[in-house]
Design a protein around this ligand. Structure first.
Ligand SMILES: O=c1ccn([C@@H]2O[C@H](COP(=O)(O)OP(=O)(O)O[C@H]3O[C@H](CO)[C@@H](O)[C@H](O)[C@H]3O)[C@@H](O)[C@H]2O)c(=O)[nH]1
Length: 326
């Protein structure tokens, strides 16, 4: 099999490329390098620089590289930005996917893994979010992921394409320091940034209906997430006509206050957080039921929150050497 990994120069994509090649699969990266980094693509893995909106280049790449499966991670992923730039998000995430699916089905590529998100659920009012929990996205970003799932599934039904939509919960950590997330858009790097500036980490709201009043999330190590892609890709390869929709989380809720305490402990800082107003649109609790993926694929997360923070911190210190505490 040769897997085309769109967005393979990005933070999550680079981990997927690594997991795929370590599992003995051939990988080709397709990335427009708008946020991806070419150096993340390992030696021996071809990099095609292009947008999924470029139908001709996509079609040529599928043919030239003898692609037999696609893992589609390319896309825009910032919730706040999507509120300001909905048309851009729909174009990149929905139209980009539609163009890609057209090329994939025309070329007769049989398997397609789609990067979705827990953002499709919006503000779920349940203890554990199953794949049957209603999808009510709260942002244009979440809408584009849900619309993407519909497109993927409808195409599968119409053409026999085997599909898997993977709903990522809160991704953190790094498989190697040089693969760490360089963006500062999520809690782990945002807290690292404050600590590095010798400023207190911020808690956005401590009056939620949760045990300590702060928001609860389900954090998943990017290395585990990448392994889930390998498992999904292989399942599609061996059973044509499948249509999987799977949560990728650990089923363990961790509050913002607990995260900040653990980050302080692991980094050697001891900086108590300060409480700020709620961030608009934040759900109180989003924790996955990860049962279905275990049943369907035999996948289970291996890494805990400590692993995520420690590996992310190594990546942070690589970029900000002054941050390290002896
Ligand atoms: O300095 C900070 C940073 C974050 N938070 C809180 O920490 C929680 C987690 O925030 P963040 O890491 O930004 O993740 P989410 O808002 O849960 O969203 C992430 O997880 C979703 C899936 O669950 C994805 O759809 C999004 O793309 C991804 O950014 C939220 O309650 C934030 O309010 C703080 O209190 N202080």
């Amino acid at each position: 099999m040769t897997w085309l990994i769109t967005g393979g120069a990005g933070y999550i994509g680079a981990h997927v490329v690594r997991a795929m090649t370590e599992a003995g699969e051939q990988a080709v990266v397709y990335d427009d390098l708008s946020t991806g980094i070419a150096e993340r693509v390992p030696e021996g893995v071809p990099l095609v620089v292009g947008s999924t909106l470029d139908a001709e280049r996509v079609a040529r790449t599928l043919a030239d590289q003898d692609v037999t499966g696609v893992v589609h991670l390319a896309g825009k992923k910032q919730v706040g930005e999507s509120v300001d730039l909905p048309l851009h998000y729909y174009r990149e995430n929905v139209e980009g996917l539609r163009v890609l699916l057209e090329a994939v089905t025309t070329a007769g590529v049989p398997s397609f893994v789609f990067s979705s998100s827990a953002a499709v659920y919006g503000m779920p009012d349940v203890e554990l979010v199953t794949e049957e929990t209603p999808c009510v996205p709260m942002s244009p970003y979440g809408e584009t992921k849900l619309a993407g799932e519909w497109l993927v599934r409808a195409t599968g039904r119409a053409t026999g394409l085997s599909t898997a939509s993977l709903r990522y919960f809160n991704v953190a950590g790094a498989g190697a320091p040089e693969l760490a997330d360089v963006g500062v858009f999520n809690i782990v790097p945002m807290v690292f940034e404050k600590l590095t500036e010798n400023a207190p980490p911020r808690i956005f709201g401590d009056d939620y209906a949760t045990p300590d009043g702060t928001c609860v999330r389900d954090y998943i190590h990017v290395v585990d997430l990448a392994e889930a892609h390998v498992a999904a890709a292989r399942a599609l390869q061996t059973s044509p006509g499948r249509a999987l929709t799977l949560n990728i989380g650990r089923g363990e809720g961790v509050s913002v206050r607990e995260m900040i305490d653990r980050i302080n402990a692991i980094t050697g800082y001891d900086r108590p957080p300060t409480v700020h107003p709620r961030r608009p649109g934040d759900p109180a609790r989003v924790v996955a039921s990860a049962d279905r993926i275990t049943t369907e694929l035999g996948w289970k997360a291996k890494h805990d929150v400590e692993d995520m923070i420690a590996s992310a911190w190594e990546g942070w210190v690589r970029l900000h050497p002054g941050a390290a505490r002896s």
